[in-house]
Design a binder for this molecule. Structure first.
Ligand code: ARG
Length: 471
């Protein structure tokens, strides 16, 4: 198609080396969609007659059917999805030779990718919203289940397990925001930027943009064909999402180990050992952690590809899709397995309680109680520290101490200190906004459900708008 000025065919090895079908053939439907919009615009501005446009569109639909039915096998000699579709179209309908009017593969490939990405991101958002729903449900079901909260992976303070699940709700809701940011960055129309400088022909970029459901045409043709920021935004979203799932996986792996022993993973999401009959391994979670590294790597791959590129299009950019597809596949796979696994992840409340009772997780509560009695917090902290040291020497826990022992080290202690030591009361007390108190968590859940409903609504709106461009 571009061989007019050449004396030789590209060498076979060059065809193989430069082809991008392995990366772009999956976008055939989106490429055809972009072409149909382009043809309709060409007819509107008079660059094609109505009947010509109809015939080309008809031809494009036939190519699409052939591809859908597996009757058309692309050829590497034609390099990519764009040239394969155009060449088949022209075989079926000679007017296909007019399709590429005022278009370059540089603006075409960017358009096709953006249309394809939109669909992938919408599907991913659906999976992400399912995860958010699962987390809300877990939080509600385990609101009153008390477990240890950790800092530095050392027992810190008792918390509601519902609070823990809502912490991940927050993280994944931010991922959803990042996804939507990436979607907006993606949703601008490159068509008409041409190879790099626009076109001498009287095209109307607004028309194509509207037909394809984009928010607007891109504003600078040089930038349009040479930039992949929207892909970096998608990578950022995918990386943060994967990273969050990896951290969550790490928690669950640790808490389900023999030594912590208070989290119960569903058998059907674990595997055994070929040698050790007693083993129940959290392989799914480990693989979530393991696959996350690849997602972060693909982000870096794109940034490194971009960093040395001169303005504008450079062929290096053809490789932009390799890591992106892999990352999208990976995060989709992670979400597919994570949501149902969490639905069936249970806490052994007794084991969690037993673990807490063998520690000093209520020490802050005692110090804060003293603050209410007028003791400066620093003094209270020191006094309770002394009390803990005493317990460690005596091989006791706070609840084993008699009132006399309390008074010895903390003269301000009254009989009410003994009542401080209930786990329920401790959690109950932390009802500051965003805290772990049962009421505070309930509020988080209520607000979370409202936020989720809004997210669902805006996703549905976007989906409906884009369905119109599914010619
Ligand atoms: N196959 C290429 C890609 O996916 C499109 C061709 C780019 N244009 C060019 N001047 N060679 O990016």
């Amino acid at each position: 198609m571009w061989k007019g000025r050449f004396e030789e065919e590209p060498a076979l090895m060059v065809q193989q080396f430069t082809q991008s079908l392995d990366l772009d053939w999956r976008m055939a439907e989106h490429d055809i969609r972009g072409s149909i919009a382009h043809v309709r615009m060409l007819a509107k501005v008079g660059l094609l007659q109505e009947q010509e446009a109809e015939k080309i569109e008809e031809g494009l639909r036939r190519v699409r059917d052939e591809i859908a039915e597996g009757r058309f096998v692309p050829s590497e000699a034609l390099e990519d999805v764009h040239m394969n579709v155009e060449s088949r179209l022209t075989e079926l309908e000679p007017l296909g030779a007019k399709l590429h009017t005022a278009r370059s593969r540089n603006d075409q490939t960017a358009t096709t990718v953006r249309l394809f990405l939109r669909d992938r991101l919408i599907a991913l958002e659906l999976s992400l919203l399912t995860l958010l729903e699962v987390l809300l449900n877990r939080a509600e079901a385990q609101l009153r289940v008390i477990v240890s909260g950790y800092t530095h992976l050392q027992q810190a303070q008792p918390i509601s397990m519902g609070h823990y699940w809502m912490a991940w709700f927050e993280a994944f809701a931010r991922d959803c925001d990042r996804l939507n940011f990436a979607l907006s960055a993606t949703n601008e129309c490159p068509l008409g930027a041409g190879a790099l400088a626009g076109s001498t022909l009287p095209i109307d970029r607004q028309i194509t943009s509207e037909l394809l459901g984009f928010d607007c045409p891109t504003r600078n043709s040089l930038d349009t064909v040479g930039q992949r920021d929207y892909m970096a935004d998608v990578h950022h979203f995918a990386s943060m999402l994967a990273l969050h799932t990896s951290r969550l996986a790490e928690d669950l792996i640790i808490w389900s180990s023999q030594e912590f022993g208070w989290l119960k993973l569903p058998d059907s999401f674990c595997t055994g050992s070929s040698m050790m009959p007693q083993k129940k391994n959290p392989d799914v979670l480990e693989l979530i952690r393991g696959k996350t590294g690849q997602v972060l790597g693909h982000f870096m791959d794109l940034l490194i590809t971009l960093k040395g590129l001169p303005m504008t299009y450079d062929r290096d950019l053809q490789e932009d899709k390799r890591g992106l597809w892999a990352s999208l596949d990976t995060v989709e796979a992670i979400l597919t397995v994570l949501s149902p696994m969490l639905t069936r992840t249970e806490v052994d409340a007794e084991a969690a309680r037993a673990g807490l009772e063998k520690g000093f997780a209520l020490a802050t509560d005692v110090a804060e109680h003293l603050v209410l009695k007028g003791v400066p917090f620093r003094d209270a902290h020191w006094k309770v520290g002394q009390l803990v040291k005493y317990c460690l020497h005596q091989d006791k826990y706070l609840k084993d101490l008699s009132l006399d022992e309390w008074r010895e080290l903390i003269p301000e202690s009254g009989p009410e200190v003994l009542e401080l030591l209930s786990l329920e009361a401790s959690v109950e007390r932390r009802n500051t906004y965003g805290g772990t108190g049962f009421e505070a968590v309930k509020l988080q859940i209520t607000e979370g459900r409202e936020r989720l409903a809004r997210m669902k609504l805006s996703l549905e709106k976007r989906r409906k708008k884009w369905d119109k461009s599914h010619f």
